[in-house]
Write a protein that binds this ligand. Structure first.
Ligand code: 8YV
Length: 329
């Protein structure tokens, strides 16, 4: 008998077809305009009969899992796993698969696009030209700051952080500082990266890029005190998870000149409210969580996640497991 898989994020047709060759597929997608809460209830109902699930961007709570007695594996189309309670999944013997490697380069591109666009005021000045305000040679009031040769501080030198360090060091001749639980000898040898304490990184960096996952330990790790310890000329870049930064403290720091600017792809609450003070600030570039959002990479992520789920349900998944301790349960 084929396993039952719940699909809760739209998949490319070829990926959906591949899943249908291995399982009975139940598609559970939000109805147009359906509130998040209502969709979560509908998803919880669908999971009751599921052996597996694949999707992203929806919190899967222990309460939803408790109602899914057949569930053996969940495959998230993301590298981040903060939408899940890993300890609860592991305790229940449920494998959580994710898509770490396939999105690394595209996400690092997005981070560096934020570095450049924030430093050189690309979005602000492009809108200025579109508004017909360009009437002559620009002056200092429209200058940005250099990126090449400056110091970039990468908080978390994992896959994406390492790809960012490569761009910064080899592409833009930047000095790379980093924090990480372990030394990254490849980055130190290849990019001249220097491992430092967070306090030193914040004090010395012209660009501070947050590349750590969201965990109870990293939630609000960048707050008012950390922002005050940065250079007043520094720019904060966050394309990891919004809640790593105390957003209210960031708004205050940007408003009072404690910080020169911010390039943000993620926010404490997404979508970002249209009346957020961040959107009224010229020194802020705000993107709608596009980290991995290219046609090529999103297709590759979906295909990877589908393969992960098929292999997990067949008991042969050996990679991309977010809770490997489950294999010992
Ligand atoms: C995903 C992300 O695009 O991978 C992650 O953790 O945040 C993004 O790459 C997003 O989660 C939707 O799939």
């Amino acid at each position: 008998m084929q396993p039952v898989i719940v699909v809760y994020k739209p998949l490319p047709q070829d990926v959906l077809d591949d899943l249908r060759r291995h399982a009975q597929v139940v598609v559970c997608e939000p109805a147009p305009g359906q509130a998040r809460e209502a969709f979560s209830v509908a998803l919880g109902d669908a999971l009751v009969h599921a052996d597996g699930a694949i999707g992203a961007s929806v919190k899967i709570t222990p309460e939803m899992i408790a109602r899914a007695p057949r569930l053996k594996a969940i495959s998230t189309i993301s590298v981040g796993v903060d939408n899940f309670d890993l300890a609860d999944l592991t305790r229940r013997g449920i494998v959580l698969a994710h898509t770490p490697d396939v999105l690394t380069e595209s996400t690092a591109d997005t981070v560096f696009a934020l570095v450049l666009s924030t430093a050189r005021r690309v979005v602000e000045l492009a809108e200025w030209v579109k508004a017909g305000a360009w009437q002559g040679s620009i002056g200092p009031e429209h200058y940005g700051v250099d990126v090449h040769g400056k110091t970039i501080g990468i908080v978390g030198l994992g896959r994406i952080g390492g790809a960012l360090a490569r761009r910064a060091a080899l592409g833009f001749g930047m000095r790379v500082l980093y924090t990480n639980r372990h030394a990254n000898e490849t980055a130190e040898r290849t990019y001249g990266a220097t491992r430092v304490e967070l306090s030193e990184l914040l004090a010395q960096s012209d660009f501070v890029c947050l590349q750590v996952p969201l965990t109870p330990q990293t939630r609000h790790m960048i707050g008012a005190a950390q922002l005050r310890s940065m250079k007043r000329s520094a720019i904060l870049i966050n394309a990891s998870r919004g809640a790593i930064v105390d957003e209210a403290a960031l708004i205050a720091a940007l408003a009072d000149g404690t910080l020169a600017g911010a390039g943000l792809d993620v926010f404490e609450h997404e979508p970002l409210m249209a009346d957020s003070p961040l959107l009224a600030m010229r020194n802020v570039v705000a993107l709608p969580h596009i980290g991995s959002a290219t046609h090529e990479t999103r297709h590759a992520m979906a295909a990877c996640a589908a393969r992960n789920l098929i292999d997990a349900l067949a008991g042969r998944l050996s990679r991309n497991i977010a809770n490997p301790e489950v294999l010992a349960v």
